[in-house]
Design a protein around this ligand. Structure first.
Ligand code: GLU
Ligand code: ZN
Length: 286
């Protein structure tokens, strides 16, 4: 078993992160496997070296240790670019120049969330640029536009599945299946490369889990629906599908999920108040 913890250095680690990291390491240790670390820092506008330093500091203090060198997504942009060129060449992606506003206007929606169809990656794309197919599939994918997955071509007539050993937000567990039609209707043509980033969370996470040989992805149940995107991408790029273990979210006293900006629940704050790593384990119910 190989598990991983994959934080983004865009804020302090809080109790929810500690839970995910402990759980991933505990599962690997119990199975005599390995626990790896990956820094998900593709969003250059939000990632900060100070946050990354704080992550290492907090994880070591919690008693976590990882085998192998840390993977850093900002070192892997060439891999993401090569994968996109491949998807461009086989016409699985198309260039999209729509702004957020354009997308909402095409849906005739006054604002995001006002009755617009949404999926695990937000508003479902209305298809405006879909006919901008790869007119030059032998050239590299364009860099001056976002690249969207042409979902109808990516999924074909397939039925998709993955194994869930934890649970989704509605208790989904075991063999999770979904059809090509489900993916087209409920996910749609998601962005695989943002123009400013040259990649996206979905593309990078799938390529990196495969590159690190991750056998069990342990993460919060808020990413359960996004797993369907990941499975489609794995099949499309001929990558193995790991087993998924989604866990419940640590909530604040009002039952609201913890967010990065909730510094109040930062590990660093509990540390400063004299909590021990075992106290943190108990706080998250481990
Ligand atoms: N980097 C993501 C986050 O911090 C985690 C992604 C994942 O575990 O797949 O929310
Ligand atoms: Zn568009």
């Amino acid at each position: 078993m190989i598990t991983r913890f994959a934080p983004s250095p865009t804020g302090p680690l809080h109790l929810g992160h500690a839970f995910a990291a402990f759980l991933a390491q505990d599962m690997a240790t119990a199975a005599g496997g390995e626990f790896l670390l990956r820094i998900e820092d593709i969003d250059r506008s939000r990632a900060r070296p100070e946050w990354e330093a704080q992550i290492f500091n907090d994880l070591r203090w919690l008693g976590l240790s990882w085998s192998q060198t840390v993977m850093r997504q900002s070192d892997r942009l060439a891999h993401y670019g090569a994968a996109l060129d491949g998807l461009w060449a086989n016409k699985s992606v198309f260039a999209c120049t729509c702004s957020r506003r354009d997308v909402l206007d095409a849906l005739a929606a006054p604002q995001e969330g006002a009755g617009v169809p949404t999926g695990p990656d937000g508003v479902i794309y209305p298809g405006t640029c879909r006919s901008n197919g790869a007119t030059s599939p032998n050239d590299p994918a364009p860099k001056d536009a976002a690249l969207r997955l042409l979902m109808s071509s990516a999924v074909g007539q397939n039925v998709f599945s993955f194994h869930e050993t934890g649970h989704g937000p509605n208790g989904e567990t075991g063999l999770i299946e979904f059809t090509a039609q489900d993916a087209i209707r409920n996910i749609g043509d998601i962005v695989l490369a943002r123009r400013d980033m040259g990649t996206s969370y979905h593309l990078s996470v799938v390529l990196d889990d495969a590159a690190q040989g991750i056998t069990h992805v342990v993460r919060g149940e808020d990413l359960f629906e996004a797993t369907k995107i990941h499975v489609v991408l794995q099949i499309l790029m001929d990558l193995p599908t790991p087993i998924y273990h989604h866990h419940g979210l640590i909530r604040d006293d009002a039952g609201k999920r913890l967010a990065k900006r909730d510094d109040a629940r930062a590990i660093a704050k509990y540390r400063a108040e004299g909590a021990s790593p075992d106290d943190i384990r108990r706080m998250v119910g481990l």
